[in-house]
Design a protein around this ligand. Sequence first.
Ligand code: PMP
Length: 290
Amino acid sequence: MPKMIYLDGAIVPEADAKISVLDHGVLYGDGVFEGIRGYNGRIFRLDEHLDRLYESARSISMDIPIEWAEMEKAVVDTVNANGLRDCYIRLVVTRGPGDLGLDPRKCPRPTVFVIADRITLFPAELYDKGLAVMSVSTRRTAPDALSPRVKSLNYLNNIMAKILANIAGMPEVIMLNPQGYVVEGTGDNIFIIRKGKLMTPPLYLGILEGITRNAVMEIARSMDIEVAEEAFALHDVYVADECFLTGTAAEVIPVVSADGRRIGSGEPGPITKKLIRAFRDLANSTGTPI
Ligand code: PMP
């Protein structure tokens, strides 16, 4: 069965899911997207993902041509059309076709498409053993240049960091903001734990407000773990007892070393392991039915 794609109101076979070469999503990376997960026949936190999508669009002054409820239906229908129960969903809204200039006023109608597929996570053993990460010289975009809170189609900033990770043979990296505070990975949020307190960078430092990040903070609070959105530097990562990354694709994954410094015991820590289990339980038991 061919992969079925939602494109501008219709669900079509992948071979027919084509967009214009004059689409500004292609010409300029002008557009927004979401990465969403389906677990066990339910879509995890679909409302939050759709809210973030519409907010990203609003921030870049783009009117998504379909209403929220229709977008929700497009996502559910695409998953169903592919007969998937566990999946990764990519929802994309581009500025749409225009002329060769960058003026978005020349693009009368944004293009909407949804792809539902399986996901390749980090190799399973890394969830048990943990990741070694390093910091990179590529700084995360400053919020006063282009806010990292916009999940835009322009991921070159993160891709530049990923290239450095690839050169070094590292699975993921730590990105700093222009002031040198730790902000996030190339596609994940970061947490550290010190003396029982869970810390993650605040939004104003320039991060994407991760859906997984928010879920993990909720879970931690429900376990009476102290949670703080607080600025920290690489030093704090090096001396942390535990560290982990969160993201829709990565879920919750332990980090056991940073820039060659062993974090804690050098193995995934007890609080991280508890949070991984609780996150998996939550993801497998809640969400919008497919
Ligand atoms: N930061 C960046 C830069 C990302 O691309 C992602 C993945 N969308 C995240 C954080 C994690 O966000 P979420 O938990 O919503 O997937």
